[in-house]
Design a protein around this ligand. Sequence first.
Ligand code: DGL
Length: 284
Amino acid sequence: MYFLLLLSNFATTYKDSKDFVGNFYICTLVMATIGIFDSGVGGLSVFREIRKRLPGENYIYFSDSAHCPYGERTEEFIINRCREITEFLLGKGADIIVVACNTATAAAIKTLREEYPVQFIGMEPAIKPAAQMTKTGVVGVLATAGTLKSDKYLRHKEKYASDIIIAEHVGEGFVELVEKGITSGPEAVNTVRHSLEPLIKAGADTIVLGCTHYPFLAEAIQEAGSEISNEKALQLIDPAPAIAKRLMEVMDAEGIPHNPENGSVTLHTSGNKDILQRLYDSLI
Ligand code: DGL
C-alpha cells in the first residue's frame, strides 16, 4: 500500500514539478532525447517552437545542408537521405524524431514509419487554420515544388479548402537565400516579392508558409507584401507551433518523459557549421 502511494506521489512529482526527487529521477534514469532534422537550417524554425514548449529536453538537430534543397529532388533520393539521417539520429540515442521538413515529410515519412521502431512527427500543411482565418476567401500557399505536388498536400487541400480559393507558388530562391544565412535586407525582399506577388494579386490575405525555411523570411515577406499592396499586413501561418503541440501529445501518449531542465542541444550538419550556428544563435 505504502509502495503504491509512494509511486502515485512520485508520478505526480515527476510529471508536474521540478523538485529534487523529480529531477533526480529524470536525470539519472530517463532523460529522453529528441532528434530533429531538415534538408537544411529551416527546421530550426520548428525547433524554436518545440523549445518554447519543452525547454529542458535533450536535442540533436541535423541539417542536411550539403544536399539542400530537397524541393526538386526525386522521392527516392529524399527517402534515402532520410534513412541515413534517421540512422544517424538513432545512433546518437534519439527516442523520437521530428521531420522538420515539409518536403521530406511528404516524400518519406510513410517509409520511415514502416522501417524504424520510433515515432516520427511530420509537418502538416496549415490549410485548415488558414481557411478559417482568411477574410477575402483566398489563401496563398508558398511551398516547394515537391510539397505542392505531394499526395499529402493535395489531400489536405481537398479536405479543408473546398469553400475557399487556394493560390499557390513555389517560394523561388527562398531556401537558397536562407541557407546562405540571408534572411532580411533588399536581396531577401526582392527574392520573395517575385513569388508573393501572384498570390496577393489573386486576392490572398493569408499566406501558409509551407516550408520550414520560410518563417526566417517572415519580415521580408511582410515588407514585400506592403510594397505590392497597401492593404493591411498579411496573416502568415507557420505550422511549427502545432507541430510542437503534437510532439508533446505523442511523447505523453508513448510515455516518453519530459525533462524539465538542464537538457542539451547538439547541432550537426552535412554543410556549413557557421551558418547553422549563427541562425541557431539568432533564433533560439
Ligand atoms: N525546409 C524544407 C521544407 O520544409 C525544404 C526545403 C528544400 O530543401 O527544398 O520543405
